[in-house]
Design a protein around this ligand. Sequence first.
Ligand code: KG4
Ligand code: ZN
Length: 333
Amino acid sequence: MKILGIETSCDETCAAVVADGRRVLSNVVASQTDVHRKYGGVVPEIASRAHLEALVPVVGEALEQAGAGIDAVAVVHRPGLIGSLLLGVTAAKTLAWLHDLPLVGINHVESHIYAACLEREALPFPCVGLVVSGGHTSLYTCDGPRSQTLLGATTDDAAGEAFDKVASILGLPYPGGPSIDSASERGSPKAVHFSRPWLGPDSFDFSFSGVKTAVLYHVRGYGAGAKTRRTDLTEQEIADVAASFQECVVDVLVTKTLRAAEVCGLDRIIVGGGVAANRRLRARFEQEAAAAGLDLILPPMPYCTDNAAMVAGLAYHYVQGGGVAGLDLEARA
Ligand code: KG4
Ligand code: ZN
C-alpha cells in the first residue's frame, strides 16, 4: 500500500510517498529558512504564503519520484501553526476527494516518534520515546505506532526553542539549533557551568527557560534583558558558552530518558524531532545506551527534522487499523 503524506505544520513544505508504512519511495522537503532568516524566527503569515507557493510542486515531485498508484492521502492536522496546517489539510482533502482515496489525519508529535520505524524490518515497540523539537520536549512509553503514554513534558520552553533563543543571544546565525551544534565543536562543554534543571529526583518533566536566562545573564550581565547588547565576546567565548549550554541540555535529556527506560523496565529507546539531529545528543545517547545495554534507535538526520515520510509511514497503521478521517477533518493549532 502506497500512501502520500503531507506535512506543513511549521516552516517546511513536505510531501512523501511511503510503501507499507516502512519503505520510503520519495521524501521531498522545501525549506523556508531563507524566507524567515531576516526576522530571526518563523513568521506565521509568511509561512502560510510560502506553503501555498510550494505545495503543488512539492507534492508533484514526491508523486513523480514514487511512481503511480497512491492508495491513501495522509496529512498532519495538529499541532502547528494554524495557517500553515490549513494549507496542507486543504490540499490533502482535495486530493482525497478528487481521487476518491481514504484520508488520514496525523498528529505531528506522534509522527516524530514514528520516524524511528522508517526503513526498518521490525517495529521497535515497546520502547521509551523522546520527542525533542522546536515545539515539544516529551517523554513517552510507546506500545505501538498509535499507542503512547506521556511520562513527562516541558513545563516551559521546548528544547529546540531554547537552542534557537540561545543562538540568538550569542549572535549565531539562524536557524539556531544547527548553529549551536557547529559552534560547540570549537568550544569546551566545561567552560561555564549551567545548573541542570532536574525538577526533582523522580520527575520526567523538563524546563529549559532557566538555562536560557542563565546564558543571557552570563553573556550580557545579571539582570540583562533580551535587548541588552554586549558585543565584546570573542569567537572562543561564544563557542565555549554554546558548548556548555548544549552539554547542559543534552545531560538532562539523556539522563531522564535512560532513567525512564530503567523505571519502566524497557530495554529500547527511540528519539525523534529536530533536536535529535544534534551531534552531541546523538553521541551521548550512543555512548550511554551502549553502557546501559539498551537498544537505541536514532533516525537518520532527514527523518529527525520535519518531513512527510514519517507522516505517510504512520498513516499506514491508521488505514490498516481503522483510523480514516472524513472530509470534515479540521486543522488544530
Ligand atoms: O522537528 P522540527 O524540524 O520542527 C518542529 O516540529 O519544531 O524541529 C526544529 C527544531 C528547531 O528548534 C531547530 O533549531 C532544532 O530543531 N534543531 C537542532 C538541530 N537541528 C535542528 N537543534 C540542535 N542541534 C541541531 N543539529
Ligand atoms: Zn516537528
